[in-house]
Ligand binder design. Structure first.
Ligand code: CP
Ligand code: NVA
Length: 303
């Protein structure tokens, strides 16, 4: 592994290897206390974050290394210095960079111009660390991923894109229910379908939530307006009416189904309070697993 820009760049075996290492890291974190001694991760944030920032920073600390929070408000990137120059310079100081930004091309360019591993910590197109943590969480809950189904209800956004790819690489069927014109990008669906041919996973995009959720092991949703879409929020609240994950929709899934959400959540919008705060919700396990999965990614990239 050279970088983590998109889950589609990983082989099926690499995803399996990340999950194996994640389980070891979670069970015996003390065994890895010096694994990244002397290494420094830079973390560029052009958008807000709670989980990504804290889990990467704590993860580096727990592995014996250090992390630097680089807000784009405070570094020259925010004043027009190019991605290329930023990549060249940071490669001279750091061992790896995690970036959260808008344009996916900026993540690709950072990797192309720099000489150190780049990790995509979310962009407008993808959220690979989230997709990997979610499928790892699903494996923990069900023991085995083969033959499982994840239903995603809502916006065909960065999280939906990475779940399609993560399902494809792990053999999990993914069914998306999205309003017309708010679906996943066709090239992402095509890339995920290509990847799925190796594992046998099926990927489906429909418009009716109940259709996606039928026989699902996981019902997943995300916010209706992502970071950067604040101006569309009022319109989106209208468009997504009927796409809330509530108790009735959960009852259309398997009786053993769990509820997942990458967080942050808007209770009363994409999810009903009694679902996200109810017994089927595993949202905080997902959030915790961001830490363990990212530590595995850091070890794969830096050792
Ligand atoms: N799920 C997620 O990436 O959360 P943050 O935006 O808080 O990092
Ligand atoms: N789709 C959301 C995910 C946040 C973790 C966003 O991009 O804002």
């Amino acid at each position: 592994m050279d970088h983590l820009l998109t889950i589609c760049d990983l082989t099926v075996a690499e995803v399996g290897g990340i999950f194996e290492l994640t389980a070891e890291l979670k069970a015996k974190p003390e065994r890895f206390a010096d694994a990244l001694a002397g290494k420094t991760l830079g973390m560029i944030f052009q958008k807000s974050s709670t989980r990504t920032r804290v889990s990467f920073e704590v993860g580096m600390f727990q592995l014996g290394g250090a992390a630097l929070f680089l807000s784009s408000n405070d570094i020259q990137l925010g004043r027009g210095e190019t991605i290329a120059d930023t990549a060249h310079v940071l490669s001279r100081y750091l061992d790896a960079v995690m970036i959260r930004t808008f344009d996916h091309q900026d993540v690709v360019d950072l990797a192309a111009f720099g000489t150190i591993p780049i990790i995509n910590g979310l962009d407008d197109l993808l959220h690979p660390c989230q997709g990997l943590a979610d499928l790892f969480t699903m494996k923990e809950v069900f023991g085995d991923l083969s033959g499982r189904k994840l239903a995603y209800v809502g916006d065909g956004n960065n999280v939906a894109h990475s779940l399609l790819m993560a399902g494809a690489k792990t053999g999990v069927d993914v069914s998306l229910a999205v309003p017309p014109n708010y679906g996943p990008q066709p090239e992402i669906v095509d890339a995920a379908r290509d990847a799925a041919s190796e594992t046998g996973a099926t990927l489906q995009v429909v418009t009716h939530p109940a259709e996606a959720v039928a026989d699902a092991d996981v019902v997943y949703t995300d916010v209706w307006a992502s970071m950067g879409q604040e101006a569309e929020r009022a319109k989106r609240l209208q468009v997504f009416q009927g796409y809330q994950v509530d108790a009735k929709l959960m009852s259309a899934a398997k009786t053993t189904a769990v509820f997942m959400h990458c967080l942050p959540a808007h209770r009363g919008e994409e999810v009903a309070t009694d679902v996200i705060d109810g017994p089927a919700s595993v949202v905080f396990d997902e959030a915790e697993n961001r830490l363990h999965v990212q530590k595995a990614i850091l070890l794969k990239l830096l050792t």
